[in-house]
Design a protein around this ligand. Structure first.
Ligand code: ATP
Ligand code: MG
Length: 140
């Protein structure tokens, strides 16, 4: 497997509780390298675009309100098999189902306020990275 990049968000429930460093420690312990990172306040438009795949779901409005409720940290992570590896480190969407040692098991408050996002495929990773970073902001 070649080096791969994935897109990560440290979500408002985590930034509000000052858990940015604790989340980053789990990312780095897993062997993933943070090759770009910035703290931003997402606009409603950015959040709606980012989660457009879920726009027909009943939780869409709640999800967008949550994502703009406080600052987030957007990141690009690099490593071998980074997309699948980060999904493993994140744990299941619902923290009650997340495995021991995962970010969501350790920190998530609920299925909605679940501390982190990670891309689910190479195509979505490329689109998500391009939504928030220009090429010269990513230094591997
Ligand atoms: P993400 O895309 O944020 O990495 P995921 O891929 O594990 O999470 P998705 O099914 O893509 O899960 O859902 C996107 C996000 O929508 C979840 O992370 C969560 O914040 C929110 N969400 C998903 N299901 C629910 C639900 N039943 N109720 C409330 N919020 C939900
Ligand atoms: Mg998802």
């Amino acid at each position: 497997m070649a080096l791969q990049r994935t897109f990560s968000i440290i979500k408002p429930d985590a930034t509000e509780r000052n858990l940015t460093g604790a989340v980053n420690a789990k990312i780095e312990e897993a062997g993933l390298r943070i090759v770009a990172q910035k703290r931003i306040q997402m606009t409603r438009g950015q959040a709606e675009t980012f989660y457009a795949v879920h726009k027909e779901r009943p939780f869409f409005g709640e999800l967008v309100d949550f994502m703009i409720s406080a600052p987030v940290v957007v990141q690009v992570l690099e490593g071998e098999d980074a997309i699948a590896k980060y999904r493993d480190v994140m744990g299941a969407t619902n923290p009650e189902q997340a495995a021991e040692g995962t970010i969501r098991k350790a920190f998530a408050k609920s299925i909605g306020e679940n501390s982190v996002h990670g891309s689910d495929a190479p195509e979505t990773a490329a689109i998500e990275i391009a939504q928030f970073f220009s090429g010269n902001e990513i230094v591997g």
